[in-house]
Design a protein around this ligand. Sequence first.
Ligand SMILES: Nc1nc2c(ncn2[C@@H]2O[C@H](COP(=O)(O)OP(=O)(O)OP(=O)(O)O)[C@@H](O)[C@H]2O)c(=O)[nH]1
Ligand SMILES: [Mg+2]
Length: 180
Amino acid sequence: MEFIDWIREALISLGFLDKKAKLLLLGLDNSGKSTLLYRLIADRLAALEPTRHPTSEEFRIDNAVCTAFDLGGHQQARRLWRDYFPEVTGIIFVVDATDPGRFAEAKAELWALLAKEELANVTFLVLGNKIDHPNAVSDVELRFQLGLDNILRNNVGFFMCSVAEKQGYGEGLRWLAQSI
Ligand SMILES: Nc1nc2c(ncn2[C@@H]2O[C@H](COP(=O)(O)OP(=O)(O)OP(=O)(O)O)[C@@H](O)[C@H]2O)c(=O)[nH]1
Ligand SMILES: [Mg+2]
């Protein structure tokens, strides 16, 4: 690393300079990705259509200036995910904790991402969303269902949240910002 880069990194880690983050919002359709993005930029809850076209927004978490890409989670949209992998610093993978019938599908998508060599150094924030809903499973159950107990890398964080009720994702995002 060049000396000047080393100084820059040191200043960033001390909080004197902003760091830039490219984040991807991934996960199955209906998990709550767009709701989360809208919360982060407007602090509002909106009724949203399923995402058909990728959108991106900028926001700040502590000293990280983040550009987040919301790519949509339905089958067709998932094929586009890989186009956004270059230069990515973090992946926020959202899971609907109220939908046990789709945990296996969510696990398969998550583990396919974790297995990608090009994403080996990328920090993953897994959010179990919708804990405000009575059908939401516990964090222990979801962690088990997603196979997260077997993960051998330490750049994967798991937090339960309710985007609707503004719970949990703040802690997750702060963890992410510190880890990237
Ligand atoms: N109860 C509850 N519902 C939520 C929460 N977050 C999102 N939802 C609802 O879940 C549904 C899907 O939310 P979206 O944000 O559109 O989901 P998405 O992941 O962007 O879906 P795609 O764009 O199709 O990939 C909407 O009806 C939201 O209102 C939450 O924290 N609690
Ligand atoms: Mg969406």
